[in-house]
Design a protein around this ligand. Sequence first.
Ligand SMILES: [Cu+2]
Length: 451
Amino acid sequence: MKFDRRELLTLVGAGALTGIASPLRAGNGPFAVHRPEPGLVEAHLTAAPTRHTVAGRDAELWTYGGGFPGPELRLRAGETLRLHFHNDLPEVTNLHFHGLHIPPTGRADNIWIDIPPGESFRYEFEIPESETGTFWYHPHAHGRIARQMWRGLSGPLVVEGGIDDMPELRAADDRTIFLRDIEFMGDVPTRHWPNDWSHGKEGRLVLCNGQSAPTIQARASLVRLRLINASNAHYMRVGRADGRPLHVISTDGRTLAKTRTAEDVLLTPAQRMDVLVEMPKDTEVELLHLPYDRRSPHLSRRQTLATLRPPEEHLSIPVPEMLQSFAAPDPARAVRRRFISMAMFLLNGQPYNPDRIDQVGRGGDIEIWKVSNVGTMDHPFHMHTWYFQPLTMNGQPWPYSCWRDTVNLTPGDTVELLVPLSHYTGKTVYHCHIAEHGDKGMMGILDVRDA
Ligand SMILES: [Cu+2]
């Protein structure tokens, strides 16, 4: 499927005729959506330079829908999203729906589309019934991803359904916690300096939903935090100041079989985790950003991420223990093994080449990918379209069953991933999710063809 310039222009016209006002929201307010018929969600989104107040400072950002972060897109599994996207930036951009298992082709999660300045594109895809959870969207025009994200382009995407209907989760407060760092020079996010490409760009200001250490009024004594790390390179280690645990119910938008209790959780750039926080009666809960050493020169320090204020009425809600059955194919059914090595700006010793197909797969096959970090700093490995079950880390079984689309590798680590190439065919990418590393070449192409 190809779209020429005339079609893009036609699409601008079509968008203008639908008569839906373009939403303009601040913070991660909701997306203005419209349901013209059952099962169809229609929305408009514009990427544009925007003046915005960030931590008391008037800043010139690039935003989606005028918001920082972009507006939260919430829909239900099984619905079709028709998203009229308009590019008001001075350069080419596009959208990536991070973590969603939808086609890598056509009008779905097609990163090969370039939308020129002033033009529009209609994204349209159905969210499979099985896809419920916490995702996010950001640009994926190769070579521009890091700078566009750094300037402000990203937003949360939540698909409702599945375990949301458990009584405990229905009663819980549901909060998106969109995390990223930033730093300003004057009123603009600092530019990328040469070292930023190798170290990964970080800033001293850590933001929660676009704010510095906000206070959030809990609406129930159990709070579900949908943690999203939208940083270019900053690792987010999150815990509670009172030393009580977090209860993890999903990783990268995919529900665990059983709730896992953890003192703190680590999110690499692009990872998500849904955690339950039990609010003590009449007591605030301070959420902390804890130090993590990813073996870069950046300092990571302990600071407040957000404060949860107790609900007005304390009604005890239990933390569910069993969540849903975990179904994964038997690794013995894998028909192919692949090996990927990661080091600064190279995968398998080669920089990214958009004209080279690095891996050819067959739709429906089950594969095992062995990924090694042969470099000197952490690299988060991410795969588009398909997601994986980590099987082993350095030869040891992964401690629990989970699905992920991004996995961290510290220097010397080797991870084995079970990858079912299910449901779709097409060409997409796998890459390091330190945004600067991906742009500089730590990206490869996977082409999954018909069986
Ligand atoms: Cu990397």
